[in-house]
Design a protein around this ligand. Sequence first.
Ligand SMILES: Cc1cc2nc3c(=O)[nH]c(=O)nc-3n(C[C@H](O)[C@H](O)[C@H](O)COP(=O)(O)OP(=O)(O)OC[C@H]3O[C@@H](n4cnc5c(N)ncnc54)[C@H](O)[C@@H]3O)c2cc1C
Length: 343
Amino acid sequence: METILVLAHTENDGSLAKSAREALHAAATLHKSLTGSKLLVGLIGDNVQAAASSIAACPAAKYFGVTGADFNQSRYATDAAAAEALCKAAQATVVVAPATSRWARVLPGVAQRLGGRADTHVTGVAAVDGKISVNRWYYRQRMESSQTRTQRPWILGIDPGSQAPCDCGAGTAAVEMVAVNLADAARRTTAVGVREPKADAQTIRPDAQLLFVTGAGWTKKQADGQTHVPAAEKLILGFLKAARASLGSSKSLVDLGGEGQAVLPFLSHLNQIGQTGATPRHAKGLSTCCHGEEPHTVGWRFIGERRAISLDPNCGWARGKADVLYVADAFKVMARVNELLAT
Ligand SMILES: Cc1cc2nc3c(=O)[nH]c(=O)nc-3n(C[C@H](O)[C@H](O)[C@H](O)COP(=O)(O)OP(=O)(O)OC[C@H]3O[C@@H](n4cnc5c(N)ncnc54)[C@H](O)[C@@H]3O)c2cc1C
């Protein structure tokens, strides 16, 4: 009989992030298909009451909490101690957690402390004939596996964006507090502040409908023999602002900075899509001035509808990588698109 624990941390304002609701959805679906299983929720944060009540209508039988100022910030020592205490209090055999950066660095260590196992980047959880299996991708999203484990507790880090968030409503949840005795050493690391780009400089938007990808062509010499980097910058930023798209890039373009060439200053390696970059999830993607080579397009695995604009009719996009390829000058196309968006 499995005891499934959804393990989540609150955000700074005490709410639950979408990724936590996604983990809850995966766990609740698993619970429904596993006869006799129990669903429990464990929350960590300064105060978890509001978060627990916000999901009170979910099928969880019980809520546990580890609370206090020590558990507000992301810190390995306190997060691992809290997660370990919650797993023990719930006597969890399966732990379903959102793979946020905060949890991703803690969960394998917690599995080690509990004598269990952790699987990361889980994109699907199911039960067939009473046996739990998880899905995960390998070799840069080229192969998908379905795997099972007998070891318990089994900790699953659910990739954000891979599940529908649970839409269970609010109510009043009773939270059973779990005490954690922290050694002074666990408080050694302190967060002194947060440094982040200004809201309008934040170009990576995982929740955007559209991924807009820029390739090296934007900085290459054009038909007139000149480069037009300032114009490219204006067109790209104008489109991002109007469409609220997330900005991705080919490796060649983000590498240019290191090669001392004219660059688009708002791009960094964090924007890179592909084999050595990210594999984001968006409903649609539009590639511009990019050749669509395999090491790049492998990062498009989870993009729904794919379109590309390239001058080259023989580029990778034309060879089965895109649903629609516009063989056209992206400077002209995007100028017109921006005009249309402005009206
Ligand atoms: C081990 C390894 C890992 C790699 N990992 C990655 C990765 O993670 N991500 C990645 O992106 N790459 C990766 N690469 C590099 C990859 O193979 C390509 O070199 C890279 O994706 C090419 O970038 P690009 O298409 O932007 O540039 P280019 O190949 O230079 O293509 C530019 C394109 O822009 C077009 N163009 C120019 N002007 C215009 C215009 N006005 N309008 C429309 N089109 C125009 C050109 O016709 C051309 O097709 C990797 C390579 C290796 C070996």
